[in-house]
Design a protein around this ligand. Structure first.
Ligand code: UDP
Length: 379
């Protein structure tokens, strides 16, 4: 049995989604009984205030997005990033080394940017030789923390992310452009759209507009839903508030002018997306990539400053959707789309074209390969 240690954090929903997606691909390819998989939230292992990042992240992104963007920009500057890396490790040296003691593994896979360098320093100080792999889960504007020269291999979602790796000094033979990993259940066959709608109690006659604002229901979720509601459009809304119970309660108390279905955190995104026609979402990389597999056209309503900029370029450049920065603009675009189905059908077609459902299996194969390579020391 192979022990796999995923380094991740529940800052948003994307990192956990990536780790779970890769785990499932490994199980399907090589057998469930072949692996003992641990997901460790590395921030939780660190000292205060890093250990409360999973709670702080949505708070900061929602309440002080400008400050968050500024912090992101500075931390990513070439002369600041090495200081941040070193400082994070200096503050958490013993704890990170202990993390490896507590979770013995045959291979390490990091699916989170900022935690990668301090985890690598701990790995090097402990003179470990097991493979250390990195799976990049930002689409285009990838912070430099992802690019760890001493990792055995780095898997990247787009050509632009790979080019950035080359610029930052990674060897091209230590990188692969696979696409972003999405859970294999997104490609499994299920009931048709009509049956999914029936089972959910959604109407057959009205286009389904789905709103997803990350795992934590972040950003302009309520304002966007309100702006759409005010337009009284011929559609039905499916709103996913994620883990944000406060926002779910606000949405449930609203007066809706079209059939509207509100959910908290859902575990069947792969099914609900197939029942939908149009996705309105913040520019989260995992949600965007899942939507391409479901062939959904996207209206990107906001982004986390800095870190999600590139996700917007990815969607807009490939004409899989449009970006509307203000809730009222989102409602205007939606009004236009709903007035002429051929508009959103074109975006849906382009969305499908950029889907990479095999990415998760390519990464699983890479992990398998590294599990069978002779141990390399001194990376
Ligand atoms: N997600 C989910 N259930 C929900 C809301 C979101 O499973 O109720 C998943 C979604 O399918 C995606 C992830 O959470 O896989 C969100 O990741 P993304 O990168 O889009 O945004 P983040 O939350 O990391 O900012």
């Amino acid at each position: 049995m192979y022990k796999i240690l995923f380094l991740m954090s529940d800052t948003g929903g994307g990192h956990r989604s990536a780790a779970e997606a890769i785990s499932e691909a490994l199980y399907r390819k090589y057998g469930r009984e072949t692996f003992d998989i641990q997901l460790v939230d590395v921030y939780r292992k660190m000292r205060y205030p890093m250990n409360i990042q999973p709670e702080m992240y949505p708070e900061m992104v929602n309440k002080t997005p400008f400050l968050w963007g500024l912090g992101y920009y500075f931390a990513n500057l070439p002369f600041i990033a090495p200081i941040v890396r070193r400082l994070l490790y200096a503050m958490n040296r013993g704890r990170l080394q202990q993390m490896y003691e507590d979770n013995p593994a045959d291979i390490i896979v990091s699916v989170h940017s900022v935690i990668t360098p301090p985890s690598m320093y701990a790995y090097l100080d402990k003179k470990m030789t097991i493979p250390f792999l990195v799976v990049v889960t930002d689409l285009v504007s990838t912070p430099r923390f992802w690019y760890e020269k001493r990792a055995h291999h780095t898997y990247l979602p787009t050509q632009r992310a790979l080019q950035r790796g080359i610029k930052l000094g990674l060897q091209s033979h230590n990188m692969s452009m696979t696409g972003l990993p999405v859970h294999p259940r997104f490609t499994d066959s299920y009931q048709d759209k009509q049956t999914i709608r029936h089972e959910h109690g959604w109407s057959d006659d009205l286009p389904v507009v789905m709103l997803v604002f990350g795992g934590d229901g972040m950003g302009q979720l309520v304002k966007t839903a309100t702006a759409i509601n005010e337009k009284r459009l011929k559609c039905q809304l499916v709103i996913i508030a994620g883990k944000n119970e406060e926002r779910r309660a606000i949405l449930e108390a609203m007066d809706w002018h079209q059939p509207t279905h509100i959910y908290g955190f859902i575990t069947d995104m792969h099914i609900k997306m197939r029942g939908a026609d149009i996705l309105v979402t913040k520019a989260g990389p995992a949600t965007i990539t899942e939507a391409t597999i479901a062939g959904l056209p996207m209206i990107l309503s906001g982004k986390i400053p800095g870190q999600e900029d590139g996700n917007v370029w990815h969607v807009v450049d490939n004409q899989a959707g449009v970006y509307a920065s203000h809730p009222k603009q989102v409602a205007n675009v939606l009004e236009k789309w709903l007035a002429d189905e051929s508009i959103w059908q074109k975006y849906a077609e382009n969305s499908r074209k950029i889907a990479q459902p095999d990415a998760v299996f390519q990464i699983a194969e890479g992990i398998w390969e590294h599990l069978h390579l002779p141990a390399k020391s001194g990376i």
